[in-house]
Ligand binder design. Structure first.
Ligand code: FAD
Ligand code: NAP
Length: 336
């Protein structure tokens, strides 16, 4: 396995931050991974990189960046209702989704066009349009860095939550996800109730959508609202949607009757994009960086901004939302 020194990570993160990795190694298979760990100096730091679409680099990366690139999609089982599909960590997520749709395997169509790799999908339990990875998850295999062994995780052990999992918390930097097995339906259950999917299907005169139609509708909406990272640097939603108590929601609604919120159990999830827009940050342009003009949840690098500038802007937004609404925004993007 080739280890490169002082490698620019600019092509490997969707914010386009021009930081350097002290050392960099692309991992193409499990043998590469084991070889790396058997030769590794334990004191050396590690950073696991997938597609770099959920990370803001604010400085150079010390130690080794392991860039996961193992490929493969395989049907490992089936029963009357489901197929079980194992995908390697380095598969591009959207490519995997399109493959499933082409095979008629249902469940991931609402997650179309999410950037990044399969291996990172369980990290924050990726979600969009009413579907999360946990809804189609069967199990995963991970390499335990301390034990130098492979471990299997079932649904319960992953402790998935809203943009959360055990891998983003307790097991952060302790395990490397090498493959994920999904449980996909042979007979689709179409879910178009979320966001603008129904309007988008209506626009195309589709009344009985297939999974391909749903995927194309999601792709259409995303392309119309979200900046394409190949043109404008970004990492999608920078913040999570905050969840507040009912009384807190009611007191915000008294002052701001148009507040956008959705019930989550006994609490209310507020649309962070709405809060940021109301606080006057939508479309803010600071030259090299700013807030996207069509989606206030997305911070953007127009070119040449530093991670610290973007981080500073995110801190200003957090402070403004705290001051105006008494709500605490939490960053969704991983910051290094
Ligand atoms: P990276 O950014 O490479 O890594 C993210 C974190 O996971 C890092 O901490 C990294 O160290 C760790 N990591 C990566 N791979 C592994 C592994 N195999 N094992 C252990 N740790 C690992 N997210 C959503 O949930 N829903 C959306 O709808 C959505 N839309 C987006 C739209 C745009 C335009 C963009 C740019 C991003 C969007 N995102 C969305 C965020 C992002 O695409 C997802 O979080 C994605 O899963 C990140 O994958 P990645 O491979 O790029 O991860
Ligand atoms: P949207 O449809 O304009 O909706 C705004 C917010 O309201 C979303 O954040 C969504 O919450 C919530 N929402 C909408 N309909 C809902 C419903 N029926 N029930 C409960 N909550 C509802 O959002 P958008 O910005 O265009 O994004 C569309 C979808 O893609 C969302 O699911 C969003 O999470 C996802 N997305 C995620 C990222 C990321 O980086 N994480 C980036 C782009 C888009 P949720 O966010 O909880 O779904």
């Amino acid at each position: 396995m080739r280890i490169e020194k002082n490698k620019s990570l600019k092509p490997f993160n969707t914010f386009g931050m021009d930081v350097q990795a002290e050392k960099y190694a692309a991992v193409h298979n499990l043998d590469d991974l084991q070889e790396f760990f058997h030769q590794r100096d334990f004191s050396e730091k590690l950073f696991v990189l997938g597609g770099g679409s959920n990370i803001l680099f604010t400085r150079d990366v010390a130690g080794t960046v392991l860039h996961l690139d193992m490929k493969g999609i395989e049907k490992t089982g089936e029963d009357e209702d489901f197929v079980y599909i194992e995908a390697s960590a380095g598969e591009v997520w959207h490519g995997f989704v399109l493959h499933c749709i082409a095979q008629g395997w249902a469940g991931v169509e609402n997650l179309s066009l999410i950037p990044g790799k399969v291996g990172a999908a369980p990290m924050q339990n990726i979600g969009a349009y009413g579907v999360e990875v946990k809804d189609v998850f069967h199990g995963l295999e991970a390499y335990d860095i301390r034990e130098k062994t492979f471990r299997r995780f079932g649904l319960e052990e992953c402790r998935f939550g809203y943009r959360e999992s055990v891998f983003k918390r307790e097991l952060k930097e302790k395990v490397i996800i090498v493959s994920v097995t999904f449980r996909l339906r042979k007979n689709p259950v179409i879910n178009t109730k979320y966001g603008a999917i129904e309007q988008e299907l209506e626009k195309h005169g589709i009344h009985a959508p297939t999974i391909r139609d749903v995927s194309q509708a999601v792709i259409g909406i995303r392309q119309s609202k979200l900046p394409d990272p190949s043109k404008i640097g970004n990492a999608g939603s920078f913040f999570k949607n905050p969840v507040v108590s009912r009384p807190a929601y009611e007191s915000i609604r008294k002052k701001f009757p148009d507040v956008v919120g959705y019930p989550v159990g006994d609490e209310m999830k507020l649309a962070a994009g709405w809060l940021i827009e109301k606080a006057g940050f939508k479309g803010v342009n600071r030259g090299n960086y700013g807030v996207h003009d069509r989606q206030a949840l997305v911070l953007v690098n127009y070119g040449g901004a530093s991670g610290r500038e973007i981080y500073q802007l995110s801190s200003e937004i957090i402070e403004a939302i705290r001051g105006k609404f008494g709500v605490e925004l939490e960053r969704e993007v991983n910051v290094y």
